[in-house]
Design a protein around this ligand. Sequence first.
Ligand SMILES: Nc1ncnc2c1ncn2[C@@H]1O[C@H](COP(=O)(O)OP(=O)(O)O)[C@@H](O)[C@H]1O
Ligand SMILES: [Mg+2]
Length: 329
Amino acid sequence: MTALEVSAGTKKPAISIRGLTKVFVLGHEKVRALNGIDLDIYPNEIVCLLGTSGSGKSTLLNMMAGLEKPTKGSVSIYGERIEKMNERKLAIFRQKYMGFVFQSYNLLPNLTAIDNVALPLAFAGVKRSVRDKKAKKMLKMVGLGKRMRHRPTQMSGGQQQRVGIARAFVGTPKIVFADEPTGNLDTRTTIEIMEMMVNMSRENHQTLIIVTHDIEIAAYADTVYHIIDGKISSVEDNRGKQAIPRAAGEDLSDSEIEAQRLKAVEEAAPDIRAGRTEEQRHSEDEPEIEAIESADEEKNEEQISEILENSELGESSEADEIHTEEDEQ
Ligand SMILES: Nc1ncnc2c1ncn2[C@@H]1O[C@H](COP(=O)(O)OP(=O)(O)O)[C@@H](O)[C@H]1O
Ligand SMILES: [Mg+2]
């Protein structure tokens, strides 16, 4: 049992995995990507899955997020067995509980920063005025107040990943998954991105799960799981020696965490400190560039509508329920 688990006391895990096995079959060959994983991740915990390329980190993350089905074993998120859910239920569950940050950012190239960030809210059926307001707030928080109407190709890698972070956190999901989030970034930008994600997760009492091969990244986690050949080879309690130390008294009960999280949702956490960003250092005094004209705005709206129409999630009643408390503020 790790020190975190001890301090977690009777706390219920956010994610609980037992006997997780994944075998990929390619023709006559079988690849055992995961070979019996057991782990518990607690609310408000920052976890790193550390291992070399091919060790099974992404496969594990994908199972946790319900993006792939295990060959054997169970994945429970807040007590719900996600490996048993059908695709539709899973999609709604992911939308409600999870945010994602990707190595290659995965922004939609034709959408502005605002529309990219607002996309998860659009999927959740949040109305345009509310989602724009939240997206703008998030972009300011990640230091992109002057890049709101830029498209991905008009931004640096670090800026694009900040849009990615804003998109992952905009709906204040309970769990944020990040697969090699700084894999394409330089050292300085990596530090900024990591600080931003860690500070946001702590501020909103979210669980953050980072996959990386980079030991420097592991320094930001509370707990580090070393993955070798689809197994957890060791678990390291990293608290007390972290890159950003966790303040005393930050361990709250489940209900306190949830109360604080909801409060943060209401306030949309305007005071998250992420330090001076790459953006601020380089362009503090730059005037806002209106990168698109209003005709383009309509095109964006059309594009979002199209995405929503092609998605099962579009205007479903379940999806509507998920965000009603937020909509009413
Ligand atoms: N869709 C797939 N089909 C077949 N093999 C796969 C698939 N995804 C991953 N693998 C294999 O599973 C192993 C673990 O992969 P992965 O989880 O991507 O590792 P990591 O993220 O640690 O680099 C590797 O041997 C990889 O080739
Ligand atoms: Mg990977």
